[in-house]
Design a protein around this ligand. Structure first.
Ligand SMILES: [Fe+2]
Length: 268
């Protein structure tokens, strides 16, 4: 039984586990992608920058296919919609600037998604359809002395998706960014409010491709805030977060496209 299945948490160093000719160049390209992340427009004051994309992964073949982006005013976005199956529920609608086409074509990114996916496990009813992967590029960025960059949410929490994996891409000139894992009963707490024996583990991701994964029902997780280090210039903690959730056939009553009003429907 894998570590992730046993405890709900596993650490991986993908720098050791993913090796092929040209991997260094692909890593460099992913690092460069973090130089060009727009501020998180939903939380601009938190010193967070991000891009997002969606892919599906075929059970069996593990083929990764990117979903199409939406173009709004000439810019590429991925829309983010929770509660879309329920026509009564307008849900939380957000959109994030898309990962660039170049980044989506990066082989290392695809290998990382596939590695993570192979670590996941499912009830067979949930894995009859392709699995959805949400890929977040998130940079905690501190420019000036006194700046604080914060992850969301900023406490021990569960994501609500079955699996989330985090992959460090670059960490430079920062203090903080501690990771912690604990039982879900400590949800909502800050790390400093917990006794040492209540925490399953704490660690820092330091090197590129140091990673961890959580099976969300079994553990809560946390990333501490980040402040600028002692060197000149800015500091950053750049990471790729990948979450997986099933796509399942919806109950006909819950499908918006069954409401019968064809005027606002689109061909895809
Ligand atoms: Fe999270």
């Amino acid at each position: 039984m894998s570590q992730l299945r046993k405890t709900g948490f596993a650490y991986y160093h993908l720098g050791e586990l993913i090796q092929y000719e040209g991997v260094e160049k692909d890593l460099e390209q992913l690092q460069n992608a973090f130089d060009d992340l727009p501020p998180d427009e939903y939380a601009p004051h938190l010193n967070r920058r991000r891009r997002y994309a969606r892919a599906v992964i075929m059970p069996g073949s593990h083929r990764v296919e990117w979903l199409p982006e939406t173009i709004i005013d000439g810019q590429d976005y991925y829309e983010y919609f929770q509660g879309s199956f329920n026509p009564e529920y307008t849900g939380e609608y957000r959109r994030f600037p898309a990962l660039t086409k170049e980044t989506r074509a990066n082989r290392l990114l695809e290998e990382i998604i596939r590695f993570d996916f192979k670590e996941t496990f499912w009830m067979k009813e949930d894995a009859l359809m392709p699995i959805h992967a949400g890929i977040h590029f998130v940079k905690l960025y501190v420019k000036e002395e006194g700046d604080v960059a914060v992850s969301s949410p900023n406490n021990l929490h569960q994501d609500g998706e079955p699996f989330t994996f985090a992959h460090l891409i670059r960490r430079r000139n920062i203090n903080g960014g501690i990771n912690a894992i604990a039982s879900p009963k400590h949800r909502g707490k800050m790390l400093e409010d917990m006794a040492e024996n209540e925490v399953m583990t704490t660690f820092y991701l330091e090197e590129a491709l140091e990673s961890y994964g959580v099976y969300d029902p079994l553990v809560a997780h946390y990333v501490g805030e980040v402040t600028k280090g002692n060197e000149e210039g800015s500091g950053e903690r750049s990471a790729i977060l990948i979450d997986f959730q099933p796509t399942v056939i919806a109950n006909p009553d819950d499908i918006r496209s069954m409401l019968g009003d064809t005027t606002n429907m689109i061909s895809v």
